[in-house]
Design a protein around this ligand. Structure first.
Ligand SMILES: C[S@@+](CC[C@H](N)C(=O)[O-])C[C@H]1O[C@@H](n2cnc3c(N)ncnc32)[C@H](O)[C@@H]1O
Length: 263
């Protein structure tokens, strides 16, 4: 998962830079901002925010010790390790002890939570009046394959979406009403339609493999024999079908950013 998150950030770096600059513009320039990254994963958001706000102290909260270990390593490599504090916490079990913050960021993490309304209420109480919350969520999972494999890829995603919705009922939600219900004033909602076309850098093949590989693990026997064989050929290290080597990969995905302020 950490590899997939890192590759997502690497391949989609232009879109991500746009998101960060929009958040930066909306957050203004508090003198020594305190920032919270909720469900920080491998650290993409924490590191980008620490770089964009050079005086900031960032608290990165995640359930997974492995993710936080990875984040610590990446943050040190990026030269911002001294300004990012990892905190292990299960947000479904309760809210950790946190200082008031100027800016909170939750990227692809809200949909994991069992009771996002409760977490949004805790977030509201943790953000200072006038402070900002940025919620970033996936609209669609990335598609990579050329037109002759589009039908196959859609079949995979139909099964993958059903599996994810069963495990994470809040995935794909419209977060604006939930933010308003928690007391936030929603200031902006922006949809990003990402469409990167071949030829793309080699990281795209690794990203496609990590992404399709997760579907292979999740779906296993739900795939029929022909689709399983097609997928396995795409996931091989070598061979003409391997996503690591084929020159015809694209990246199509959609993301939504909500900016909400505590009045
Ligand atoms: C899809 S990842 C997103 C990571 C990162 N924000 C990003 O955009 O790259 C979701 C993260 O939420 C974390 N997470 C899921 N459930 C959680 C919970 N109950 N409490 C804290 N973190 C949780 C996972 O461990 C994972 O790192």
């Amino acid at each position: 998962m950490a590899e997939l998150l890192d590759l997502d950030a690497e391949v989609l770096h232009e879109y991500f830079a746009e998101v960060i600059s929009q958040v930066q513009a909306a957050a203004g320039a508090p003198p020594r901002p305190r920032i919270l990254d909720l469900g920080s994963g491998s650290g993409t958001g924490s590191i980008a925010l620490a770089r964009s706000f050079p005086q900031a102290e960032v608290t990165a909260v995640d359930l997974s010790d492995d993710m936080l270990r990875h984040l610590r390593h990446r943050a040190a490599e990026a030269g911002v390790g001294d300004r990012i504090r990892p905190v292990q916490a299960d947000l479904d079990a309760g809210w950790p002890a946190l200082d008031t913050v100027d800016l909170a960021w939750a990227s692809a993490s809200m949909h994991h939570l069992a009771d996002p309304d409760r977490v949004l209420a805790d977030l509201f109480a943790t953000i200072r009046p006038g402070g900002l919350l940025a919620v970033l969520e996936l609209g669609t999972f990335p598609r990579f394959l050329p037109p002759d494999l589009a039908g196959f890829e859609e079949r995979l995603h139909a099964l993958g979406d059903a599996d994810r919705h069963a495990r994470m009922p809040h995935i794909g939600s419209d977060w604006a009403p939930m933010l308003s219900k928690a007391g936030f004033a929603v200031e902006a909602e922006r949809q990003f339609a990402i469409d990167l076309t071949a030829p793309l850098p080699a990281a795209t093949g690794r990203y496609a493999r990590a992404s399709l590989g997760r579907l292979r693990t999740a779906l296993g026997d739900q795939l029929d024999a022909a689709d399983r064989a097609t997928l396995d050929a795409l996931l091989t290290d070598d061979g003409p079908q391997s996503v690591l080597h084929r020159p015809d990969l694209n990246v199509r995905t959609a993301r939504t950013l909500w900016l909400a302020r505590r009045p």
